[in-house]
Ligand binder design. Structure first.
Ligand code: ATP
Ligand code: MG
Length: 388
């Protein structure tokens, strides 16, 4: 028995001229994500993408799992394919959806006929298939309002399909349709979630990570690469730019007042990220900042940080509670890696009493005690880029 995956995508963004761009991007992303899943046929017809695996059942399950992580997919149906006739439909019902039917009490049939030359119209198909099911599954009665099982019978151009309903996809828009942004990726809980949220709106990602060897270990770097790897299951390939940050942190520590250490450091992070972003065709920065979470994320502190760059900065977690962020991290699959105990560069040089109501002029004045341009250029020159 052949199983086929039917993928549906959102309706609202499909209006007008954007539709082909959106569909092509989604098809491309699906192909790319399934490149190691063996042979299959993929085509679209009537706002549905069909994926027909060529190599058996295992492959269908693997493809199904991958589809659950592709943005732009609103629903996924595993349908059983048969010849385009009522006989064909009757023949596969027992083996395909028979178990579901045996274990329910009520059902209804919904039919769809996109081949208008098929001899029966949709209401007749419903009636015939319903009759067949009633004859063969005496446990069932019809309930058109609130059925336990909805049997879908679809007559398409070349084949007929039977299934019992769709499963939700992760939604969003196909990655790449919204440009590309640079995610400031730490080893924490927040930034991978922030990246996921922006990618869900169709944005491809590169990542920038600040690394303070020997204050932070190679294990901290591996952790970040692992996080990038988990996010890339949804986003596709991610270039991770690892920036040597020790010299900047040491100089800030030695030359600037302690209460401003974090903020000056964050301004450097933003400025360096912006350069890397521009060099790599990214048009915005993304951070995991969250209002009020720590001293460097008060409203005034965020203002000081933001002032260091011209590019738009997206902070999709700004108004969420930590609990909600943690829940998302668990759903996405990053949480367990994020809580591994390796130090990240911010925790190494944390002031005891950070400024919570910083004045921009002051911070800028202290930052100018350093040769910022030179430090930034050296850091950018030392970037190591790893593709995950
Ligand atoms: P996270 O859980 O993402 O580490 P956080 O609550 O620890 O966030 P901060 O350490 O203040 O918050 O960092 C705020 C944001 O700055 C992070 O979400 C991330 O986007 C960025 N950031 C912090 N440290 C780094 C780093 N070492 N490399 C790259 N980006 C960083
Ligand atoms: Mg952090």
């Amino acid at each position: 028995m052949e199983r086929v995956l039917l993928v549906r995508y959102g309706e609202i963004i499909l209006k007008g001229l954007n539709r082909p761009i959106f569909e092509d991007a989604l098809m491309r992303n699906i192909r790319h994500r399934l490149r190691n899943e063996g042979k299959y046929k993929i085509y679209k017809s009537q706002a549905t993408i069909y994926i027909e695996p060529a190599e058996g059942d295992d492959q269908t399950d693997r493809i199904h799992e991958k589809l659950k992580k592709i943005f732009g997919i609103v629903s996924i149906v595993v349908a059983y394919k048969t010849e385009k006739s009522m006989e064909g439909i009757y023949n596969i019902i027992p083996d395909s959806i028979g178990d579901v039917l045996k274990n329910a009490k009520t059902f209804k049939v919904e039919a769809k006929r996109s081949d208008k030359k098929f001899p029966l119209k949709s209401p007749q198909i419903c009636e015939e298939v319903g009759g067949f099911i009633l004859d063969n599954y005496p446990n069932l009665t019809v309930d058109v309002h609130n059925p336990e099982v909805v049997v879908h019978a679809e007559i398409r151009d070349d084949n007929a399909f039977v299934h019992t309903g769709r499963e939700k996809g992760i939604g969003g828009m196909p990655v790449g349709t919204g440009g590309k942004a640079a995610l400031l990726l730490s080893g924490g809980i927040d930034s991978p979630v922030a990246g996921y949220m922006i990618a869900k709106r169709g944005v491809a990602l590169e990542a920038v990570h600040f690394f303070s060897y020997p204050y932070t270990s190679d294990r901290a770097k591996d952790k970040v690469l692992k996080l990038a790897g988990i996010v890339s299951e949804y986003v596709g390939k991610i270039k991770v730019h690892v920036v040597p940050f020790t010299e900047i942190q040491v100089q800030i520590r030695d030359k600037c007042p302690e209460e401003y250490l974090t903020l000056i450091m964050r301004r450097f992070m933003m400025a360096i990220s912006e350069r890397i972003a521009r060099e790599n065709g990214c048009d915005a920065l993304v951070t995991g900042e969250n209002l009020g979470q720590v001293a460097s994320q008060t409203m005034l502190a965020l203002g000081v940080t933001n002032d260091a760059v011209d590019m738009p900065v997206f902070r999709p977690l700004i108004g969420l509670d930590k609990n909600d962020i943690v829940e998302m991290a668990r759903d996405i699959g990053t949480f367990d890696t994020s809580i591994l105990p390796y130090e990240d560069c911010c925790t190494v040089f944390t002031p005891k009493r950070p400024a919570t109501k910083p004045r921009l002029e002051k911070v800028v004045k202290y930052q100018q005690l350093l040769d910022c341009e030179k430090l930034i250029e050296e850091a950018v020159a030392g970037v190591e880029t790893i593709i995950v």
